[in-house]
Design a protein around this ligand. Structure first.
Ligand code: ZN
Length: 339
């Protein structure tokens, strides 16, 4: 029991069974105020980290009582159009009209950090006009809305009813299932692409969900999952104050190795893992505020001054360069795999 939430201790690695070592102890939720003290263990063999006192399934909703899942979509300005439409036309074969001025798109497509943001916006999926794409844990459908604009026929699953309502309205269809993927009852071999952004770490049984993802994908379809990287530069620097820990809602935090091996166990092939640094600017600021102010209400760094923003920008640049020169330390792991 932790803060009125019923828990079970998980002492051995969910993935490989090794005995976990203490990573962090006595942590509190400094973002959404869930009561209790929480600890993290890490596997000495595969590097997977996990919440030691795992909430029982029935009590997991208590972790989300004041959590955000809603966001509004504002029209993209020219710069955003260049990054989210122009660069994917260059890099992922989308056939949308290039935003004007075209010269700026050609220049932006040569800037590494912008290319990472662009790839993230289409989840590293190559264009397939009319192809069926499922975003699992789609929230209010903001990411799906962009993929719909890029030509995909989009579907989603989401357990939060308010988010489902927002997503259906935004996408102007009823293709968002309210509930968990396992309960949606999709037929085998249905989807041409499967995406998920920052959901895997919230699941109490991620391997079972990965297997279900594979089942509903067509042979040759690509899955792309984004999840925090426990070995990221900010994780190593800020340790228990790293924004990516998100205590106690993140039940598992993956290393490159544990994510790759779990995808293999689920039956995927042609597995590739990237560690982009698109979130470094945001994560550095959140982690810095957690460390210095011991609070980050709502989980989002707001109204930070110019000094903090410049330091975060410098950190982003450093992380990008280290990544680029062969040290995989970006804030996210991107699992790219085929059925
Ligand atoms: Zn392990």
């Amino acid at each position: 029991m932790s803060g009125g939430i019923r828990t079970n201790e998980l002492l051995n690695c969910y993935h490989c069974g090794s005995t976990g070592c203490d990573l962090y102890q006595g942590l509190e939720d400094l973002m959404f105020g869930v009561p209790g003290q929480w600890s993290f263990l890490q596997c000495p063999s595969c590097g997977l980290a996990w919440l030691k006192n795992q909430p029982i399934v029935e009590d997991i909703p208590k972790l989300y009582e004041s959590y955000y899942t809603h966001a509004s979509v504002e029209p993209d300005n020219t710069f955003k159009k260049i990054v989210k439409i122009g660069i994917p036309v260059h890099d992922f074969a989308y056939n949308q009209a290039l935003p004007h001025p075209r010269l700026l798109t050609a220049i932006a497509a040569k800037i590494g950090p912008l290319r990472e943001i662009a790839a993230h916006s289409v989840m590293w999926q190559k264009a397939k006009t009319g192809g069926k794409l499922l975003d699992f844990g789609c929230g209010a459908g903001v990411d799906l809305f962009h993929l719909q604009q890029m030509g995909w026929q989009v579907f989603g699953t989401e357990p939060d009813p308010k988010a489902v309502e927002a997503a259906r309205k935004l996408l102007n269809n009823d293709n968002v299932f309210e509930g968990f993927l396992e309960d949606a009852g999709f037929d085998e071999n249905t989807f041409d692409a499967l995406t998920s952004s920052h959901v895997l770490e919230h699941l109490f049984d991620p391997l079972t969900t990965l297997k279900e993802c594979r089942r509903v994908m067509k042979p040759g379809a690509q899955l792309t999952f984004a999840t925090p990287n426990i070995d990221s530069l900010a994780s190593r620097h800020f340790k228990e104050y790293w924004r990516g820990l998100e205590i106690p809602r993140h039940l598992f935090l993956f290393s490159e190795r544990s994510l790759r091996e779990m995808a293999e166990k689920a039956g995927f092939r042609n597995i590739k893992i990237l560690t982009p640094s698109c979130y470094a600017f945001y994560i550095w600021q959140g982690s810095y505020l957690l460390k210095t102010e011991h609070a980050l209400p709502g989980g989002i760094p707001r109204n930070t001054g110019l000094g903090i923003k410049l330091r975060a920008l410098f950190f982003w640049g450093m992380e990008f360069l280290r990544n680029h020169f062969g040290s995989p330390c970006g804030e996210e792991l991107i699992l790219i795999a085929e059925k």
